[in-house]
Write a protein that binds this ligand. Structure first.
Ligand SMILES: C[S@@+](CC[C@H](N)C(=O)[O-])C[C@H]1O[C@@H](n2cnc3c(N)ncnc32)[C@H](O)[C@@H]1O
Ligand code: SF4
Ligand code: SF4
Length: 293
């Protein structure tokens, strides 16, 4: 099981697409983190991976590395996604085997415009850390500069994940002019996050969620209620507009109804992308297909 903790909502960046900038700004107390983690272990067992990140910059939490050490102690693998501005990359070496760093563009002006400041520092963070541990780069694809980031990663042997802007209203109100239409496929709702008790996301206020994409908690009635709606093929209220609640977006996990016409195409594309070890091809084609089919 993959568990995620939103340990902070604070950030030193102002990415225009980040819904966290509108959240109450604060940190999860270390004792709450411990309590939730222990309760999680008691209920579901020791998670394989614990990711310390939500809609804030995790390295701003004063107990970030203490939390990572606690995760290790438990027998889980700590991981995180950071904006790459932490001053001491060497501090990651003790407890992290891999770290994700967000880079949307290599153009300093564009980065600043997005709200991702101090690009040279981020690049230097990646170059220093990747000498010792596995660094993967995450790019939100909304500029034409993705190929340059891809080349940067290829040259350094870094894994590159490209993701589209989230189309859920919880996020998309931040970028009304960039919003993609999110089409719900015929055949009903299905999302692996609900179909299988795979991940859990603990929001800063300790709310237990099935994934990290539910930001408007006013509509949230709990995982059981979501599962009940999903079992009827109805899209749960909190999932409306989500890119991942569509069959085509769920080829990462087993599909209970694999005999659908999108299966062959996406399996072939998936195998091709896996062979090439280029997840961005897979993601881009998946998004494209979501629009086409
Ligand atoms: C929420 S951030 C938190 C970690 C850290 N502050 C960072 O930016 O890397 C985690 C990842 O989500 C991505 N992200 C944030 N808002 C998004 C959105 N509206 N659509 C798609 N990805 C988004 C960020 O670019 C980042 O790669
Ligand atoms: S760096 Fe991360 S948390 Fe900060 S504003 Fe950007 S996406 Fe949000
Ligand atoms: S459809 Fe989206 S919001 Fe709903 S459970 Fe799946 S990933 Fe989460």
């Amino acid at each position: 099981m993959h568990v995620q903790f939103e340990i902070t909502t604070r950030c030193n960046f102002q990415c225009f697409y980040c819904t966290g900038r509108d959240f109450v700004q604060g940190d999860m107390e270390y004792r709450d983190f411990n309590r939730i983690l222990d309760a999680h272990v008691e209920r579901y067992g020791v998670p394989e991976i614990v990711s310390l990140q939500g809609e804030g910059e995790p390295t701003l939490h004063k107990h970030f590395f203490k939390m990572a050490a606690k995760v290790r102690e438990l027998g889980s693998v700590p991981t995180t996604i950071t904006n790459g501005t932490y001053n001491h990359p060497e501090h990651f070496l003790e407890n992290f085997e891999s770290v994700g760093v967000s880079v949307d563009t290599l153009n300093e002006l564009t980065a600043k415009r997005i709200g991702r400041y101090n690009l040279p520092k981020v690049i230097s963070f990646i170059e220093t850390l990747s000498k010792d541990i596995r660094v993967w780069v995450i790019t939100v694809a909304f500029t034409k500069e993705v190929p340059a980031v891809r080349r940067f990663c290829q040259e350094r042997g870094l894994h590159h994940v490209v993701q589209p802007l989230q189309s859920k209203p919880d996020y998309a109100y931040r970028y009304p002019n960039l919003q993609r239409s999110s089409r719900v496929r015929k055949g009903g709702f299905w999302c692996r996050y609900i179909a299988y008790p795979l991940p859990r996301h603990y929001a800063m206020d300790a709310t237990e969620l099935p994934c990290c994409y539910i930001k408007d908690l006013t509509l949230y009635n709990g995982i059981k209620e979501m599962a009940a709606q999903a079992a009827k093929g109805t899209t749960p209220n909190v999932c409306k507009g989500c890119l991942f609640g569509q069959r085509l977006m769920n080829r990462w996990g087993p599909d209970p109804d694999p005999g659908r016409n999108d299966g062959v195409v996406s399996i072939v594309v998936g195998l091709f992308a896996q062979k090439k070890r280029q997840s961005h091809i897979w993601l881009c084609l998946r998004c494209l297909m979501t629009q086409v089919f």
